[in-house]
Design a protein. Structure first.
Length: 643
C-alpha cells in the first residue's frame, strides 16, 4: 500500500496538520539518494587568499567566508553572488568568523593570527570593538543561540575567554576579567587551545580541543570567571577555578595506552575541530595525525586500557575478565554460550567479506562486515571477522578497534576461540605484554586443545621476548617521560592526571582521510539527525561517511591541494567547502538524469590507503616509536583467518 511509505505519509498528513511540515523537512533534509547525487553547484570567486572559515547564518539565507586576505565576504549562496565585503583590519590570517545571535545577522565577530578579536557591524561596515586580550593566535570562536551578546574564544595561548558585548571592555593591559579556562594551569606551558564548540541543546556545556588528543567538556555554570595570568605567560598560571565535577575528558582508548607514551608524543595528536551533534549527546572530533571520532557524552564509555601516572597500568572490567585469573575463572563458570543463526542475507555478506579478506582486500572486507553488523548487530562471528581484518590492515587505531570487536564477540559467544586468541594478539600489538601473557594463559586453560598450536607458540615467544626487552629498557625510558620539546620539565597537575585517567572512550570511528598538514581541518554532521559525517582531507578530497555503518560512501574532489572547511546548510542538502584555493564551493544534489559527476572519486579504498601512507610518512618519530610493536604476524588458519 502506498500509505506505508513514511515519506508519503508525512506528505499526506501535511495537508491537514501544519506541525508535520517540520518533521517532513527534517526527514528529507539529507538522504542517501541526495548524497549519491551531490555535485558541484557553483564556485564563488572573490578572495585573494586561502579561505580558512565558513559560517551560515541561523536560517541559511547567507554565507560568510573569511580568508588570509584579511577580508570577510557575505554571499548569497543561491544566486551565487557577493553581497558585502568587509575589510576587517586584521593583519593576520583570519581563522574564525561567527554571526552573533539575536542581531539579525548584522553583527560578525572575527578572530585571527594577529591575536586580535574584531566585532563588525555588517550593515554599516563599521568596526565596533577590538579585543587584544589573547597572547596567541585565535583559532576558534563559539556562540550559543540562546545566549545572545556572549561569545567564547580559543587561542593558542592556552586560554578560553568569555566576552559579553553588553559590558564595556578594556584590554590594554591584557588582564581583563574574562578568563573561563586557562589550560596552562593544569597541562603546562606548551598547551594550546585549538577549537571549541557549545552544545546546541545545553549551552552550559562547552567542548575544548587542544594540541593533545584529549577533548574537554566543561560545565561553565560551575566555573568562576577570573583574570588572565601576567604577561610572563610561560612562567605563571591563573588561579585554579575549576571545581570538582565541572569537566569530563574524552580520548580514543588506544592513544594513551602505550607504556612509553610521553607528553611529547601526545603532542603528535591535535584536535583540529570539535562539534556537538543535533541531539546534544554526540560529540564529533577531527583528531590530527589520526582519525575522526564520535563520542557519546551521556554514556561515557570507559577505555579498555587505562594508564595511570604512577606507571601502574590497569585494564577495564570487560577486558580484565580475560587478563586476570580470578576474574576469568568466575566468568568461565557463570557464562553460557549463546550462538545465533545468521539470516541468509547476512550469511551472504559474511561470505563476501571473507572472500575479500582472503584476497588481502582488508578495507573492502571491513566495509562488508560493517554493513552486516549494522543490519544484524548481535553476531559474534561478524565482530570476530572484522577484528581479523583490522589486525591484518594495521592502520592507526586498528589494533584497538580489533580489541573492542573481540570483547563484543565474546559477549555474544564466550566460546568463540578465535576472538579469545585475538585479544591476546591485540594486547601484544598495543604493547601491553603482561596482560597479553595472562590472556594467553587463560586462553590455553579454556581451550587446551589449541595450546600447542603454531600460532599460540609463536605469540607466546613474541610476548616473552618483548617482556625481557621491555624490562631492560624501563630504567632508560623512565627518565624521558618527564621531558618536553626543549628539555624543560612537563608540568601536569594531579587534577589533570585524574581527568586524563578517567577519560571516556569513543563510540564510533571514521577513517580514510588525512589530517596532518593543517590544524583547522573540520569534520561535521550532515543531516538534521546527524546521519552522515563529512570532512576534508590533505589530498584535496571531501569524504562523506554513513554514520550507522561508518562506511565511506562518497569521495569528491574539492580542492587542488587541501580541503579544510565543510559547513552543511542548516535546512537544505547543501554543503559549502573551502581550502587552500582562494574560492568557496557550493555542493548540492544534481539532477537524477544528469551526466556523471566529474568530481567524484570512485576508488575509495585506494584513496584511503594512500592517505594512511601519507599519515605514516608525515609522522616519522611516531613510526619509529611503534616500529618494535609492529612485528610480522604468524599466519595460522585456526586464529588468523576469518570464520
Amino acid at each position: 500500500m502506498p500509505y506505508e511509505d513514511p515519506v508519503l505519509k508525512y506528505v499526506l498528513r501535511r495537508e491537514i496538520d501544519y506541525k508535520i511540515s517540520s518533521q517532513l523537512q527534517k526527514r528529507l533534509h539529507v538522504t542517501t539518494n541526495l548524497i549519491n547525487r551531490l555535485g558541484l553547484e557553483a564556485t564563488l570567486n572573490g578572495h585573494t587568499g586561502c579561505v580558512n572559515c565558513l559560517e551560515w547564518d541561523t536560517k541559511g539565507r547567507i554565507l560568510a567566508s573569511a580568508s588570509d586576505d584579511f577580508q570577510v565576504i557575505i554571499w548569497d549562496p543561491f544566486l551565487h553572488k557577493k553581497l558585502t565585503t568587509l575589510h576587517t583590519g586584521h593583519h593576520g590570517n583570519i581563522f574564525s568568523v561567527k554571526f552573533m545571535p539575536g542581531t539579525n545577522e548584522n553583527t560578525i565577530v572575527t578572530g585571527a593570527g594577529d591575536f586580535e578579536l574584531r566585532v563588525h557591524n555588517v550593515l554599516c561596515k563599521e568596526l565596533t570593538r577590538v579585543c587584544v586580550c589573547h597572547y596567541g593566535r585565535i583559532k576558534r570562536i563559539a556562540v550559543a543561540q540562546d545566549v545572545p551578546d556572549i561569545f567564547w574564544t580559543a587561542s593558542e595561548d592556552g586560554v578560553v575567554r568569555q566576552f559579553d558585548l553588553r559590558v564595556p571592555h578594556a584590554c590594554a593591559l591584557r588582564n581583563e576579567n574574562n578568563v573561563l579556562i586557562d589550560l596552562k594551569t593544569y597541562s603546562g606551558d606548551y598547551i594550546e587551545a585549538k577549537c571549541l564548540s557549545v552544545n546546541p541543546l545545553r549551552s552550559e556545556l562547552i567542548a575544548v580541543g587542544a594540541n593533545d588528543p584529549y577533548i574537554r567538556i566543561y560545565d561553565r555554570r560551575m566555573i568562576k570567571i577570573i583574570k588572565a595570568p601576567s604577561l610572563n605567560v610561560m612562567a605563571s598560571t591563573s588561579e585554579d577555578n575549576l571545581p570538582s565535577g565541572c569537566v569530563q575528558y574524552f580520548v580514543p582508548g588506544h592513544v594513551p595506552s602505550k607504556q612509553k607514551c610521553t607528553d611529547r608524543e601526545l603532542r603528535d595528536y591535535s584536535a583540529t575541530y570539535v562539534t556537538f551533534g543535533p541531539n546534544g549527546t554526540d560529540l564529533l572530533v577531527n583528531l590530527g595525525s589520526e582519525q575522526i571520532y564520535l563520542y557519546d557524552i551521556k554514556t561515557k564509555a570507559k577505555s579498555l586500557l587505562v594508564k595511570h601516572t604512577n606507571d601502574n597500568q590497569e585494564v577495564s572490567p570487560p577486558l580484565k575478565n580475560y587478563c586476570d585469573i580470578e576474574s576469568f575463572d568466575k566468568l568461565n563458570t557463570n557464562v553460557e554460550s549463546t550462538k545465533l543463526r545468521l539470516p541468509d542475507h547476512i550469511s551472504l555478506k559474511k561470505l563476501s567479506g571473507n572472500t575479500l579478506f582472503e584476497k588481502g582486500e582488508y578495507s573492502g572486507s571491513i566495509r562488508v562486515y560493517n554493513e552486516a553488523i549494522g543490519e544484524f548487530p548481535k553476531s559474534s562471528i561478524m565482530y570476530s571477522n572484522r577484528a581479523a581484518a583490522y589486525m591484518k590492515r594495521k592502520w592507526w587505531g586498528d589494533s584497538y578497534a580489533a580489541l573492542r570487536d573481540c570483547i563484543t564477540a565474546l559477549e555474544f559467544d564466550p566460546s568463540n576461540v578465535k576472538a579469545f586468541f585475538r585479544i591476546a594478539r591485540c594486547l601484544y600489538e598495543l604493547t601491553w605484554y603482561e596482560e597479553a601473557q595472562n590472556c594467553l594463559n587463560n586462553f590455553k586453560k579454556k581451550f587446551p586443545n589449541h595450546a600447542k598450536s603454531l600460532a599460540c607458540k609463536a605469540l607466546e615467544g613474541d610476548i616473552s621476548r618483548s617482556l625481557r626487552s621491555n624490562g631492560w629498557e624501563s630504567e632508560e625510558s623512565s627518565e624521558k617521560e618527564s621531558v618536553d620539546y626543549d628539555g624543560a620539565l612537563v608540568y601536569v597537575t594531579n587534577k589533570e592526571s585524574d581527568w586524563r585517567e578517567n577519560a571516556s572512550d569513543y563510540k564510533l570511528r571514521f577513517y580514510g582521510h588525512c589530517n596532518t598538514t593543517t590544524d583547522i581541518k573540520e569534520a561535521n554532521f550532515f543531516g538534521s539527525d546527524g546521519q552522515f559525517i563529512v570532512a576534508g582531507s590533505d589530498d584535496g578530497s571531501i569524504f562523506i561517511w554513513d554514520r550507522k555503518t561508518t562506511n565511506n560512501i562518497r569521495i569528491l574532489k574539492g580542492d587542488s591541494s587541501v580541503v579544510n572547511c565543510l559547513q552543511p546548510h542548516p535546512s537544505y542538502c547543501m554543503l559549502a567547502t573551502s581550502g587552500i584555493e582562494h574560492v568557496v564551493r557550493i555542493w548540492s544534489p544534481m539532477p537524477e538524469d544528469g551526466q556523471s559527476n566529474e568530481h567524484e572519486i570512485k576508488e575509495k579504498d585506494e584513496v584511503a590507503m594512500a592517505n594512511q601512507r601519507r599519515i605514516l610518512s608525515d609522522r616519522p618519530h611516531v613510526v619509529l616509536m611503534n616500529f618494535g610493536a609492529r612485528l610480522p604476524e604468524v599466519v595460522d588458519a585456526p586464529y588468523c583467518r576469518t570464520s
